[in-house]
Ligand binder design. Structure first.
Ligand SMILES: Nc1ncnc2c1ncn2[C@@H]1O[C@H](COP(=O)(O)OP(=O)(O)OP(=O)(O)O)[C@@H](O)[C@H]1O
Ligand SMILES: [Mg+2]
Length: 509
């Protein structure tokens, strides 16, 4: 039986058609993956199934009957739950309070029955084998744990269909593996699951069937066992995609050190020293990768070098100047491009237009702003050249960034920072949420940028990305640099040991 069917489902935004007569058939008690390029229409489709968007045309059927989903409340009543990429939890509340938000259990007099609530949540956690403490505050738990809270929130409401929009994009590799196990387990327990992902390895590992969407239309629908990563990539992008990058490191010349961090140290909000005496150098024409398991200081290090957090001790020199603890706009003026980790919190302004975002951070440049007046002609030119160079898919050129798909929003940041012609680029998770065709293109552009004699500091939770692009890799463990490796002479296993804090000597024993 099909759990969900859509017939001719269509969504238009103005004159732009985001979903064009989509016919889906989602089998029950299976995992279906939805894949497609950035802007293909995946999130739009799922938002209609979750009652967040009203279809322009077409039908949705659940268990064979036609339904009208006017809101997520309707969707949940029909057994459909969704976990978004940007979580919607209340950070100051505990895990159990977030799960029960809007479904509180009360005693006779109307008071909240705290004991019963905790017991229910404990039971839920136990039944689904999730690792969580119901009393922890959400603001204190990891991204992976927050996602578990979101999933449990849906399971508590007894949904039997669970939609996850790019659930692994924000997870560390370990957390992603754990999520995949949990999803397989949920399927065993009879749930129907739909997962949007850009990671084809995950598609092959977790799904029973896969649907490919391209420019708003379904272009392929098959059993996973009958396809391959290469074929899916071909269908999505419409051409052969190289799943690995060719990095000709011989071209790199020693252009001399341009960036030097010396003994960077900092203390986090709990008063704990989370970075201790971190020193490294980057040369012109070099990509330095920074690897480490989440929570070992790379997040703080990136914040410090991008001007978002202060170092309590240490110094940073760039191109002969002291740039310790100066703000991001000043760093950009001096020639340091920054791709921040959180695209919406630090990289873009959702409510502003594409044109404004195309110069954000560079808006004080003479060419962009003179005598307090913005030069809209220059702004539009920059926007258009960024869109063309990075193949950014936009519905409305004059629209806001909020109307862009997740991956296209990320591409705006990469495009803006690279186009500004910095001498050093700090690239933090540069390809998060990006489709494989565009990853190939961004990787090529990063290598080309380096080959022109520029420097890059690359931070990524994707170890293969770090290994294939970097000329040198340093590893952070417990806030300290524990090793430096040559990625051409090191394998994933060795670097994995360093990331786990196991040095060569210990490994040999
Ligand atoms: N509220 C909106 N107003 C106008 N256009 C929109 C709106 N929401 C989405 N779009 C457009 O619809 C298209 C599909 O967007 P959608 O978010 O569904 O893509 P996606 O497949 O999820 O891509 P990604 O992989 O980047 O997340 C995009 O071109 C986007 O700009
Ligand atoms: Mg999306």
């Amino acid at each position: 039986m099909y759990m969900i069917q859509t017939v001719g489902l269509t969504k238009r935004f103005g004159s732009f058609t985001a979903n064009d007569h989509i016919d889906l058939a989602i089998p029950e008690k299976e995992i279906t993956c939805i894949v497609g390029e950035n802007g293909a229409g995946k999130t739009t489709l799922m938002n209609m199934l979750y009652g967040l968007l009203e279809p322009t045309e077409g039908e949705i059927r659940i268990r064979g009957s036609q339904v009208k989903l006017r809101s997520p409340i309707d969707a949940i009543a029909n057994g459909i739950g969704m976990v978004h990429q940007h979580f919607k939890l209340v950070p100051s509340l505990s895990v159990y309070e977030n799960i029960l938000l809007g479904a509180e259990i009360t005693k006779k007099g109307g008071l909240i029955d705290r004991k019963e609530e905790i017991r229910k949540v404990e039971e839920l956690i136990h039944n689904y084998h999730f690792e969580l403490n119901p009393l922890d505050k959400v603001e204190d738990i990891s991204v992976g744990s927050r996602q578990r809270v979101e999933i449990l929130k849906m399971l508590y409401r007894n949904v039997d269909i669970l939609i996850l929009d790019e659930p692994t994009a924000v997870l560390t590799p370990q957390e992603a593996n754990d999520l995949i196990d949990r999803l397989k387990d949920l399927k065993e327990k009879g749930k129907t699951i739909i997962v949007i992902t850009h990671k084809l390895r995950e598609v092959m590992e977790v799904s029973d069937s896969v649907v490919v969407i391209k420019r708003g239309k379904v272009v392929g629908s098959m059993r996973t066992k009958d396809t391959s990563e290469q074929e899916l990539a071909q269908m999505m992008v419409g051409r052969d995609v190289m799943l690995t990058v060719e990095n000709d490191r011989r071209k790199v010349s020693d252009g001399g050190v341009i960036y030097q961090a010396e003994n960077l140290t900092t203390i986090n909000s709990f008063g704990k020293e989370c970075l201790k005496n971190v020193s490294f150098q980057v040369a012109r024409g070099e990509i330095l990768g920074i690897a480490g398991v989440e929570g070992n200081g790379q997040s703080e290090l990136v914040k410090i070098i991008s001007g978002l957090m202060e170092a309590t001790a240490g110094r940073v020199m760039f191109d002969g100047e002291d740039v310790t603890n100066i703000w991001p706009d000043k760093l950009r003026q001096k020639g340091i491009g920054i791709i921040p980790e959180d695209r919406f919190a630090q990289g873009l302004c959702r409510t502003m237009t594409l044109t404004e975002n195309a110069v954000a951070g560079y808006h004080t440049q003479k060419e962009v702003c003179r005598g307090g007046l913005m030069n809209t002609k220059v702004m539009r030119q920059r926007r258009d050249s960024q869109i063309e160079r990075f193949d950014i898919r936009v519905g409305d050129l004059e629209g806001t960034v909020g109307a862009l798909s997740g991956g296209n929003a990320q591409k705006i940041i990469v495009a803006r920072e690279l186009s500004a012609g910095p001498k050093l680029l700090i690239a933090c998770q540069p390809t998060r949420g990006i489709d494989i065709g565009s990853i190939e293109s961004i990787h090529r552009q990063l290598l080309e940028y380096r080959n022109q004699g520029n420097a890059v500091i690359l931070i990524s939770s994707e170890l293969p990305e770090i290994m294939s692009l970097s000329d040198r890799v340093i590893v952070l463990y417990k806030g300290e640099v524990t090793g430096e490796v040559d990625p051409t002479k090191t394998d994933m296993m060795q670097i994995g040991l360093l990331m786990a804090g196991i040095t060569d000597k210990e490994a040999a024993q």
